[in-house]
Design a protein around this ligand. Structure first.
Ligand SMILES: [Fe+2]
Length: 434
């Protein structure tokens, strides 16, 4: 039996090829796959439960990759025994062709069955095989879109400098979007931080695209433009550098970019947040909003109202707190953002939602912030004070995530909707007015 077909995948060719060699991606994509273990660079052992026509069977067997020509083509072949049901064996030649909007995958399957399966009839077997192939590629597109596949066998090895040691989630062929704000990018550049982060990633083969956001509080247009940027670059990872605005924009864009809907559809508990999301890393450069540990992401809707996209799905998979990134923040912004963090801890420990478990975070945050804020304002280079502020801000972010904020934030959000007032300053004024 021979089957040939073509599938279009909206993913870069190198990524498709790497995913086709990745045991985890294959295991999650093959219909009925109960286990798939890599036993050598090009060999796997698998157990698959399948229904072919009226015959149900559990196949156990081996899979080999051969004729590897990365990232263009390979042959995958295997043989599985299904006990009383019989056996199946065969191979598929897979060819990948780059296209403007992704990769065209052509495959030619040549398969044979024996035993009870051979009595099912060629037409039924072909129908079942086509159905299984359709299910495989549908799952593969989704899994390969999220996964960070390992370097494909046969591909040129990539030398990653030791200094660029990276978490496993960062792989060389994952397009990365760095979302940041104008002032933040300049400050990071001045500190040499941009190069320290971006250069090793690029040297390791990652395509890094930089999205520069406005430092103002996000508006609906800002979120939609960022989402389109992440979407059009098919980002495999979003790194959100900056203060609350940049991090909120990066988090929202990464969360919804793999849909074809505008971000606004998901605001105020509108549509459920998607299951398929771009992973994200938050790196705060101010000690204030605690957005890096918060489920709430705020923007001003087109009608002028403050709205939010809420959900633990929007939280980043990793957070990096580095006090060196905050030393160029001017004293007045250090004070405003620090007071915002203070108010987060204060409100979450005094409003009607507060509880003893959350006080562990809010009280610890209050201790860190009250002990370090003055020093951070007076001595911008004081890394101990900057570090305590970053940690206090993060704990305060967790605290409002658990128990919400209070009247000071109602006042500051109302103020920000009518005038460009810094959120930290507006929030710090809140307790005075209320
Ligand atoms: Fe706040």
């Amino acid at each position: 039996m021979k089957i040939a077909d073509t599938v279009h995948l909206p993913l870069p060719r190198q990524r498709v090829f790497a995913a086709l060699n990745d045991a985890d991606v294959l295991r999650r994509s093959i219909p009925g796959c109960e286990s798939l273990e890599q036993v050598s660079e090009t060999e796997f052992e698998a157990t698959v439960a399948a229904k072919i026509g009226p015959v149900r069977a559990k196949f156990m067997g081996s899979v080999q990759l051969s004729d590897l020509n990365p990232p263009e083509s390979y042959t995958i072949s295997g043989e599985g025994k299904g006990g009383a049901a019989g056996f199946a064996k065969g191979g598929a030649r897979v060819t990948l062709t780059e296209e403007d909007d992704g990769t065209r995958l052509d495959y030619e399957v040549d398969a044979q069955v024996g035993g009870k399966l051979a009595q099912v009839g060629a037409r039924l077997i072909e129908g079942s095989t086509r159905k299984l192939a359709g299910e495989f590629f549908s799952a593969f597109e989704s899994v390969a879109g999220q996964a960070a596949p390992q370097t494909a066998p046969g591909a040129a090895p990539v030398d990653v400098p030791a200094a660029a040691a990276k978490p496993a989630a960062l792989d060389v062929d994952v397009p990365i979007v760095l979302a940041t704000a104008v002032a933040v990018l300049a400050a990071l550049h001045e500190l040499g931080i941009t190069g320290k982060v971006i250069d090793p990633l690029r040297e390791a083969g990652a395509a890094v695209e930089i999205f520069v956001a406005s430092a103002r509080e996000p508006k609906e247009h800002d979120v939609e433009v960022a989402t389109d940027f992440v979407r059009s670059n098919r980002a495999g990872l979003v790194i959100a550098f900056g203060g609350g605005s940049a991090m909120d924009i990066g988090k929202m864009a990464a969360t919804v970019a793999r849909t074809d809907q505008p971000a606004a559809d998901f605001a105020m508990d509108g549509d459920p947040l998607p299951m398929d999301r771009v992973p994200k890393i938050c790196i705060p450069t101010t000690a204030g909003t605690g957005s890096e540990l918060s489920s709430t992401n705020i923007f001003t809707a087109a009608n002028g109202k403050k709205v939010w996209i809420w959900g633990s799905e929007t939280k980043p998979e990793r957070v990096i707190l580095d006090p060196r990134l905050t030393v160029t923040l001017p004293p007045h912004l250090t004070a405003w953002t620090g007071l915002d963090a203070f108010v987060h801890a204060l409100e979450s420990s005094t409003n009607r939602h507060r509880h003893g478990a959350n006080d562990l975070y809010s009280h610890h945050a209050l201790g860190l912030i009250t002990g370090a804020l003055e020093a951070a304002v007076a001595e911008p280079g004081n890394l101990e004070a900057r570090g305590a502020m970053l940690l206090g801000s993060a704990y305060a972010g967790m605290a409002i995530d658990n128990c919400s904020a209070g009247m000071a934030h109602n006042i500051s959000h109302s103020l920000a909707a009518v005038a460009p007032v810094h959120h930290g300053l507006a929030t710090a004024l809140g307790p005075v007015d209320s």
